[in-house]
Design a protein around this ligand. Structure first.
Ligand SMILES: NC(=O)c1ccc[n+]([C@@H]2O[C@H](COP(=O)([O-])OP(=O)(O)OC[C@H]3O[C@@H](n4cnc5c(N)ncnc54)[C@H](OP(=O)(O)O)[C@@H]3O)[C@@H](O)[C@H]2O)c1
Length: 263
C-alpha cells in the first residue's frame, strides 16, 4: 500500500475510463494500479490468472475507492469473446478513454524449432488480438471526449537482437506497423495511437532469465544504464503517452524504453 500511495499525489480532476487487455499480471497489472491512483476507472481483462486479476482489482479499489472498476474474462485469440467483451463494456461504461493492449506471450529459440502451431499462437495472441480489440472497442473510443490507444511492442520488434524468437519479433514489429497506420487512420476521430517498446522487464515473462544473481548481472550488462527495467517504468511511459495533459500532440510514436540498449 505504501507503494500505491506514491501514485496518489497527482490525481486527475475528472474520472476517465481505461481498459487494459491483459491486466492480470506484469506490465498490464502495474498499469492498472498506476491509472487507478491517477483517478481513472479501471477495467481489466484476464485469461488464465483469475486470482491474480482479483488481487489487482483490490489494489485498484484501494487507490481509487470511488471508481467504477471491473474485471472481465477474455481470451484475445477469440474474436467472439472480444465481441462479447465489447458488449459487456458498453453496458458498464459510457465510453473508453484509454485502451492498453498488454496481452502477450513470449517465444524464443531458433526457427528450426518453431512449429507452425506456436507461430500462429504467438501471432494471434500478440498481434491479431490487438486488431480484434481495437476494432471492437473503437465505437466506445469514438464516443469519448478524448481517447488514446497504447500497444506494448518490444525492442524485439525494433532490432530483433534479444532472446525472443522470430514469431515474437514479427508480432511486435506488426504492432509497430499497426500503431503507425492507425495513428494516421484514426486521427480524424482525434484518437491518438502510440506504442511502447521495452527491453527486458522483470515480470513472469522474463523470470527464467532473471532467477539468479549471475543472470541478473548479465541482463544489467546488456543495458548501458545497467538497470533491470520494472513494470512501473513501463506503466509511467504508458501514462505519459495516454494522457492528453502530457502528450496531446504525440501520435504514431514508438517510445523505446530500453535503458540505453540500441542493438
Ligand atoms: N517482460 C518483458 O521483458 C517485456 C518486454 C517487452 C514487451 N513486453 C510485452 O509486454 C506485454 C506484457 O508482458 P508482461 O511482461 O507483463 O507479461 P506477463 O507478466 O507474462 O503477463 C502477460 C499478460 O498477458 C495475458 N495473456 C496472455 N495470453 C493471453 C490470451 N490468450 N488472452 C488474453 N490475455 C492473455 C496474461 O493473462 P493471464 O495470465 O490472465 O492468462 C497476462 O495478463 C506483452 O505483450 C509482452 O510481450 C514484455
Amino acid at each position: 500500500m505504501a507503494r500505491l500511495a506514491e501514485y496518489n499525489e497527482e490525481r486527475r480532476p475528472s474520472d476517465p475510463n481505461i481498459l487494459i487487455i491483459g491486466g492480470s499480471r506484469g506490465i498490464g497489472a502495474e498499469t492498472a494500479r498506476l491509472f487507478s491512483c491517477k483517478g481513472y476507472n479501471v477495467a481489466i481483462t484476464y485469461n488464465k490468472s483469475r486470482e491474480k486479476a482479483r488481487s489487482v482489482l483490490e489494489d485498484v479499489k484501494a487507490c481509487n475507492p470511488k471508481g467504477n472498476h471491473k474485471l472481465y474474462k477474455l481470451d484475445v485469440r477469440s474474436y467472439e469473446q472480444v465481441r462479447h467483451l465489447a458488449n459487456q463494456i458498453e453496458k458498464d461504461y459510457p465510453y473508453i478513454n484509454v485502451l492498453v493492449y498488454a496481452a502477450g506471450i513470449l517465444q524464443y529459440g531458433d526457427i528450426e524449432q518453431l512449429t507452425p502451431q506456436e507461430w500462429h499462437n504467438v501471432i494471434e495472441t500478440n498481434l491479431t488480438g490487438a486488431y480484434y480489440t481495437t476494432k471492437e472497442l473503437l465505437p466506445l473510443l469514438k464516443k469519448a471526449p478524448w481517447a488514446s490507444i497504447i500497444y506494448i511492442a518490444s525492442i524485439a520488434g525494433e532490432t530483433g537482437n534479444i532472446v525472443a524468437g522470430a514469431a515474437y519479433s514479427a508480432s511486435k514489429a506488426g504492432l509497430i506497423g499497426l500503431t503507425k497506420r492507425l495513428a494516421v487512420e484514426l486521427a480524424k476521430y482525434k484518437i491518438r495511437v502510440n506504442a511502447v517498446a521495452p527491453s527486458f522487464v522483470e515480470t513472469d515473462m522474463t523470470r527464467q532469465f532473471l532467477d539468479t544473481e549471475e543472470k541478473r548481472e548479465r541482463v544489467r550488462k546488456l543495458h548501458p544504464l545497467e538497470i533491470i527495467l520494472q513494470p512501473r517504468d513501463i506503466a509511467n511511459a504508458i501514462y505519459f503517452l495516454a494522457d492528453p495533459q502530457h502528450s496531446r500532440g504525440i501520435t504514431g510514436h514508438i517510445l523505446s524504453i530500453n535503458a540505453g540498449r540500441r542493438t
